[in-house]
Every structure is written in C-alpha cells, then in structure tokens.
Design a protein around this ligand. Sequence first.
Ligand code: ACO
Length: 328
Amino acid sequence: TLKSAILGIGIGVPSKILTNFDLEKMVDTSDEWITERTGIKERRILEDGENISKYAIKASLEALERAKVSPEEINLIICATLTPDYLIPSLSVLVQEGIRAHNAGAFDLSATCSGFIYGLAVADQFIKNNPDWKILVIGAEALSRKTNWEDRTTCILFGDGAGAVVIGKSPEPEKRGIIDFILGTDGSQWHLLTLKGGGSCFPPFDKRLPKEEYYIKMQGREVFKIAVKMMEKVSLELLERTGLTTEDIKLLVPHQANLRIIEYLREKLNLPKEKVYINIHKYGNTSAASIPIALYEAELEGKIQKGDLVLLVAFGGGFTFGGALLRW
Ligand code: ACO
C-alpha cells in the first residue's frame, strides 16, 4: 500500500527570549499567574527588523538535510500561517526563493492553530496521486506582530517560530507513515477569537475599526471550554476509525495553547504523563508552528522512535480543529 511519511523535520526559532518576568514590566501580571494558568514560562520573539520567513527557511533547510532531499526535488511548498511576512507574496513563495526550490509550486494555507495538520492532510493527498513527489509542509508564525502588548489576557500567550517537514512516499509503509486524518471546522462561534483588521472588510487604517481590532482578540474562557471538548472528540473519533486505542499511542503531541487544556485532554484520554509531549513552557502558543516544533523536540529527546504511533491534535481560531495519526 502507498502511504506518505515524514522523511525529515527541522525548526527555526528566534533567539530572543521574552520571559514572564519581562511581561511583569509591561502589563499588570505575574510570573505566578501565567505559570499557573497557562504553563508558559517564556516565549521566543522576533527582533525588530527580523521576519518569520528567515525561520521558515531555516526550518525547511534543516528538514531537507535530514530527509536527504535537495531543494530542486521539492514539487510543492505548503506554508500554514496566519502571520505571513506580506500578503503578496505569500510566505511559501519567500521560502521557495530562500531555499532555491526551482521546481516547486507554493501556496499558503490559512487554518489558524490547526494549520500544520491541514497542511499534512493536503500533502498526503498529493502524495497519493503523485507518489514520487516531495512536499515541504511548514508551520510558521510571527504572532508577536499581531499581539496587543497592552492586553494582559492575550499578550502572555503567544510566541514566534517555525517548523517544517518533508513529506514523501513512505519507504516502509507497514511500519512508517501517515495513517489517517480528521479535519473539522465550526464557524458558528467565530466571534470568540478574531483578528479583523487588515482583512478586506476593514483594510489598514480604516477609521471605523478600533485599534485593538488590528490584533488577536480572544474570549479565553469560552475558547478554552470548546478547545478541550473538540480535541477530545477528534482524538477519540480518529482512534475509533482506525481501530486503535489510547493504549497503542506512544506519544500524544497536541497543539501547545495552554498546559491546562493539555492536562484535561490527557485525563480524558486516560494517558500517563510520559505519553504526552509538552514544551509550552519554552515557546508559548506558536499557532501553526507548535506541533512541528514539538515533534522535532520529542524526537531529539528520544521520546519517539521509528515506527512509534503518534497522535497529533489541534484546535484554533475559526474554529478549526484536526487530528492526525501516524507511525513515526
Ligand atoms: N495576569 C493576571 N491576571 C489576569 C491575566 C494576566 N495575564 N489575564 C487575565 N487575568 C485575570 C482576568 O482579568 C480575570 O480576573 P477577574 O476574575 O477579576 O475578572 C481572571 O484573571 C481570570 O481570567 P480568565 O480569562 O477566566 O482566566 P482563564 O483561567 O480562563 O485563563 C486563558 C485565560 C489563559 C486565556 C485561557 O482561557 C486560555 O488558555 N484559553 C484558550 C486559549 C486557546 O486555546 N486558544 C486557541 C488557540 S489560539 C489561536 O488560534 C491563535
């Protein structure tokens, strides 16, 4: 059987660190509150003048090197992001130029924090129709540029970074590869998490829109409840559909939005602590970049090895949600 698989993975994160103690000097908050309510201790932030394309390119080059695939062999670049450098050109095109992938098509994909899983699902379909293709799937975000640094309910949450994978035909389809996906949306409550300014409804400098609407706005408590519910639902549906159980899972790699969301999910799925990967304390919520950064570090720390069953699950603005089951 034909299966797609992750052939290589890489990351790129800014070196500038913003700690909870730094935030204490910017808004009325404390390291204790942030740690207790979110699990976050610090996050990476772009320096002035830096752009996220730099890190998307860095992540892509590392993924290519580890997959032993050259840039010319890449047929398609899919960049999941809600914070591209520009609207034109797309971030994926900047990556195409940056890595010199002269034979690649390239487009950005907008699915908020679930974007990386959506990107994997799209790549999987392409591989099934074009088994010899090699595809770069990137999650890259510069959330610091869309953060309202005067709003203590959101500015403590977000960070910047990028992760990339090379997807291709699995060399050992019985042992390695992507097994199944679930993609979902619920637009009925979109108003709970928005970034309105800069879209075509309210173009830049539109005087009708208050300044804070040019940044990410969120009703955190409401979003929290829906996130927990949907991430559990997706995980259980995916396992049921594939005839697998939570016991088969070697590692759950969830989107890193809030430690308490991850803890709830862990309890609902009845997983021991060592089967859930967490690095939110170092990066905060990096939206579409969080899962590939977490996968990369999980492998580096030896928490996943070839053939292990990994469950990815994400939830984000829209709302969008998604899950993927794969053998590493
Ligand atoms: N420091 C100190 N106090 C604070 C802070 C802060 N940074 N932020 C809020 N508070 C206060 C509030 O004002 C409130 O005070 P009150 O009780 O006097 O009104 C109190 O703390 C509790 O506020 P809540 O909003 O109820 O806090 P909660 O425990 O829900 O935590 C949080 C807030 C962290 C935002 C949480 O709700 C959350 O993580 N939500 C989900 C985020 C998520 O998953 N988003 C989806 C992905 S994001 C994307 O797609 C871009």
